[in-house]
Ligand binder design. Structure first.
Ligand code: FES
Ligand SMILES: [Fe+2]
Length: 451
């Protein structure tokens, strides 16, 4: 088995970034836009087939600018996207900058301890108030989250207007001759945001009909066991991904590929054949990856010797089943979480077009774990393993996107182990019908009786 390393994969990503851009394969935007209705019809038809007849989607779903514009409006801006974890904004004035679907954003802890998502677009002449390096204001970069920093106020570097942490305009020089100008009317625009179980979500179009607590209540009761509001992000890595955001989403949620991509890493621990998916839900997909006999044996052996198989102490209070499996959840549209018996893994996605997105891979553990004398060693061990299997995934995702640009692409058949991909198709199709899964179709049954 050839070993792939991080520089190799990052170089492959850069190389593919160049190959995958539409300039490399000239497209006629008008012709592409004209095919959007047919692509959406195809999506709806494909998703309505039973799992046993399921196929992959048309390549245009992953390559076309027109489809990307459709999903940016109806799937991404319309939903709740996860942008931060509260541990990354521990103190008043802590912030994270990120760009999401063309919106330059600041996620900030304000003076009332609330978390807000503000636009970085200056209400004066439109300047990004925190350009790379944070301009010339009082904001300072902080170690930890990429784009993270700390400040007492925001200063637009162009004409020195300043803003409070809640976005209100604090001061603006030489505006006294502007007739009727009222400072109170010229704050930074604020986006609709909610904190739920320690994660910060933004709904860019502002009209999502269901709040996170409502739409995800059912898996919230599972997530509660990890007390995710008390966890801290201890590792965060940025990856420039030359592939569609749905490619990593599908990859994250199906474990059939343990037999191939992870044959030496995850497959011995969580055999693909034993993985399964719960019944269809309106707002999320949940999968289970039980440990195989070999891993269970290794756990018993380690425990008999007075040790532990996991890298970090077990999350306290987990049920028996949670101790012997990994769980995966996709909260629509793209909140990806893996529940591990000793930690949580969260992926943040920033789609940037049909052929690219920025991905942040993170690891969260209870704060007490970070106080262990050997924490640095444990963290190093865990990240070596998790980066290892992520590199295996990156290699696959890069290759899949190349396939979508090829005239040799075929609409492949899915295995029953890819039920989560089929459910994701059903979610996209439901959005194309203006609804959510299970609301206008009977819910698909789960792969275990108790799901
Ligand atoms: S554009 Fe921001 S102060 Fe002028
Ligand atoms: Fe994987």
């Amino acid at each position: 088995m050839p070993v792939i390393d991080e520089p190799q994969v990052r170089a492959a990503c850069e190389f593919n970034q160049r190959l995958n851009v539409p300039q490399a394969l000239p497209r006629d935007p008008a012709a592409e836009a004209a095919t959007l209705p047919a692509t959406l019809d195809d999506l709806k038809m494909t998703a309505d087939r039973p799992l046993g007849q399921a196929t992959t989607l048309p390549a245009a779903v992953y390559t076309s600018e027109a489809f990307y514009r459709w999903e940016a409006e109806h799937v991404l801006r319309a939903g709740w996207q996860c942008v931060a974890h509260t541990s990354q904004l521990a103190e008043v004035g802590d912030f994270i900058t990120l760009d999401l679907l063309g919106e330059p954003l600041i996620v900030v802890r304000d003076k009332d301890q609330g978390v807000r998502v503000l636009s970085r677009t200056c209400p004066h002449r439109g300047m990004d108030i925190m350009p790379p390096g944070f301009g010339h204001g009082p904001a300072e970069a902080r170690e930890g989250p990429p784009g993270g920093g700390h400040t007492r106020l925001f200063l637009c570097p162009y004409h020195s207007w300043t803003f409070e942490l809640d976005g209100r305009l604090k001061a603006c020089p030489e505006m006294h001759q502007a007739t009727g100008f009222q400072r109170a009317e010229w704050g930074l625009r604020e986006f609709r945001a909610e904190v739920w179980n320690g994660f910060v979500f933004v709904n860019l179009d502002g009209v999502a009909p269901h709040a996170p607590a409502e739409q995800w209540a059912e898996f919230g009761s599972h997530l509660e066991k990890w007390a995710s509001q008390d966890l801290v992000v201890v590792d965060a890595r940025t990856w420039e991904c030359p592939f569609n955001w749905k490619v990593i989403t599908e990859n994250f949620m199906e474990s059939y590929h343990h037999v191939g991509a992870h044959s030496q890493s995850l497959q011995p621990m969580m055999p693909a054949r034993d993985t399964w998916t719960e019944a269809e839900r309106a707002h999320f997909i949940r999968c289970h990856l039980p440990y195989g006999a070999k891993e269970r044996g290794a756990i018993s052996e380690a425990e008999a010797a007075g040790g532990a198989r996991e890298t970090f102490p077990l999350i306290p209070g987990l049920e028996e089943r949670d101790r012997f499996e990994w769980g995966l959840t996709l909260g629509f549209p793209n909140w990806l979480l893996a529940y591990v018996p000793d930690c949580l893994i969260w992926y943040r996605l920033q789609p940037e077009g049909p052929h690219r997105h920025t991905l942040l891979t993170t690891l969260l553990v209870p704060r007490a774990v970070t106080q262990l004398p050997d924490f640095a060693d444990r963290l190093q061990r865990f990240t070596a393993a998790s980066v290892g299997f992520h590199l295996e995934d990156m290699e696959m995702c890069v290759g899949v996107q190349r396939g979508y640009y090829s005239s040799g692409y075929q609409r492949g058949r899915l295995s029953h182990l890819e039920m989560s991909i089929w459910l994701f198709q059903r979610y996209l199709a439901a959005r194309a019908r203006g609804t959510w899964p299970t609301l206008d179709r009977p819910a698909a049954v789960g792969q275990r009786a108790d799901s």
